[in-house]
Design a protein around this ligand. Structure first.
Ligand SMILES: *Cc1c(COP(=O)(O)O)cnc(C)c1O
Length: 473
């Protein structure tokens, strides 16, 4: 038997944090509510690894929830930050670094001709929605259940693991009026898109979508679905927004839109483009972007936007990605991990669905059909909403001995066995593998990870799977 990891210092720090900060965390995604136990306090990161305050080492598949595609403390990023730091940390004036980061992004992302830098992904989506409404003079927006676009009031409906109902806010404090103009559809629901656009396309200011969703676990949009969105929005003068805060510069240099060859009107970015510092951005065609103040009437501002340190880290990160093109190697490693996890789970008789796209992946633990067919049917029924009343889902149909073998939207994702994920998470943590503390967050591969790291992970998974109680019911 292995000795359990010691977490005495983490435990003490968490107890202190809970007296100072709600739940002891500055973002709820860091809480361990879904998996049990207490969050681990990290002290430093280097390459593929995180080191906690108790001296434990972890292979990191969270990567600060996405940004650290080069691994932690990459020498180029550290050097860029050191150089920028000595020149001062912010002036509230334009700087050359802002041009440099903007031009790297404009060159890489097909839809972006002009860009505004902000401080987070949430600011980016909030601003893009406002701009789309200001530009079109329309109110309605269409979003997809299980897509997360930050904690913008009007977008905080059916945003991933929170409950999905008809335009009912996911949080107290958001008035029904705020979300009244938010139309919801299931992700990858091509017929739903056709129907909504036929009914009221001319009233819709914007469609916002994660082309490769990462906030219900990794679930890619089908090209059919994304094509339909492009086609319908173009037809009805609706602004198509790709929220690439997570998948931008992660599924490829140029993001999902370059991979799908589908160009939206606006794109929101964050995470990778900040190299680990707080950055977001929104950009698109000149015609739309020139509606932003001071050129146009749509207000958007930020005291620290384009901050020199944030720009330095972002520029250094994007230059490494541009000049070394690590994507094919990253994707090969991600596929190796995805296939390995699937094989090990299958060998242990555990029903899973592994979704991998670029450097994002999720191991979904499926339920055995006999466990909860009625429960699934009930859940799906309760999620029927008048905005898209067609809910003849296939999620209740069984294939093999599992409920739904393919995960394509929140209906199918939300049925996963999160308790089994929690057991997996804790077993892996004990073995020094740091996974997202929720079934519904994607794992990321970093360029600092080696094949040996992936093998270590697969061996750990095999050990953990062997501890599972398998069998239906
Ligand atoms: C993380 C994320 C956001 C929000 O970004 P923050 O920087 O956390 O505000 C928005 N959209 C998507 C797709 C994201 O993954």
């Amino acid at each position: 038997m292995r000795a359990p990891l010691e977490h005495a210092k983490s435990h003490a720090l968490f107890a202190a944090a809970c007296q100072l900060i709600p739940g002891g965390v500055n973002s709820p995604a860091r809480a361990f509510g879904a998996v049990g136990g207490e969050p681990v306090f990290m002290e430093r990161g280097e390459g593929a690894y995180l080191y906690d305050v108790d001296g434990n080492t972890y292979l990191d598949f969270v990567q600060s929830w996405g940004p650290m595609i080069l691994g932690h403390a990459h020498p180029d990023v550290v050097a860029a930050l050191q150089a920028a730091l000595l020149k001062g940390t912010g002036f509230g004036t334009p700087t050359e670094a802002e041009n440099d980061l903007a031009s790297l992004i404009v060159d890489a992302v097909p839809c972006i001709e002009k860009i505004r830098l902000v401080n987070s992904g949430t600011e980016a989506t909030m601003s893009a929605i406002r701009l789309a409404r200001g530009y079109t003079g329309r109110d309605k927006i269409l979003k997809f259940i299980g897509n997360y676009h930050g904690h913008v009031d009007s977008l905080l409906v059916a945003a991933g693991s929170a409950g999905a109902t008809f335009s009912v806010p996911d949080s107290p404090g958001i008035t029904p009026g705020t979300t009244r103009d938010t139309i919801l559809l299931h992700f990858n629901d091509v017929d739903g898109v056709k129907r909504v656009f036929k009914e009221c396309g001319h009233e819709i200011a914007a469609v916002i979508v994660e082309p490769v969703a990462g906030n219900m676990g990794c679930v890619a949009g089908s090209s059919n679905f994304l094509y339909e969105l492009r086609h319908r929005t173009a037809e009805s003068g609706t602004v198509l927004i790709f929220d690439e805060v997570m998948c931008g510069f992660r599924v490829g240099y140029g993001g999902a839109q370059a991979r799908f060859s589908i160009t939206p009107d606006l794109t929101t970015l964050g995470k990778v483009i900040g190299g680990g510092l707080p950055v977001g951005a929104y950009g698109g065609t000149k015609a739309i972007m020139d509606h932003v103040l001071p050129l146009g009437p749509v207000f958007q501002a930020g005291t620290l936007s384009g901050n020199p340190l944030a720009c330095a880290a972002g520029i250094a990160t994007l230059k490494v990605l541009r000049d070394t093109n690590p994507y094919p190697a990253l994707e090969r490693k991600a596929a190796y991990l995805a296939e390995g996890l699937e094989d090990e789970a299958r060998a242990a008789g555990i029903p899973v669905y592994v979704s991998q796209w670029g450097t994002m992946l999720t191991l979904f633990f499926l339920r055995h059909a006999s466990e909860n067919k009625q429960e699934v049917a009930d859940r799906i029924h309760s999620k029927t909403f008048s905005g898209s009343a067609v809910e003849k889902t296939t999620a209740t149909s069984t294939s093999g001995n599992c409920v739904s073998e393919k995960i394509v939207d929140w209906r199918t994702a939300s049925n996963c066995d999160t308790e089994r994920y929690a057991v997996f998470f804790r077993g892996m943590l004990q073995r020094g593998i740091y996974l997202p503390c929720s079934q519904y967050e994607a794992m990321f591969i970093s360029n600092a990870m080696t094949d040996a790291d992936i093998e270590t992970t697969l061996n750990a998974a095999k050990e953990v799977f062997a501890t599972f109680e398998t069998g239906a019911g």
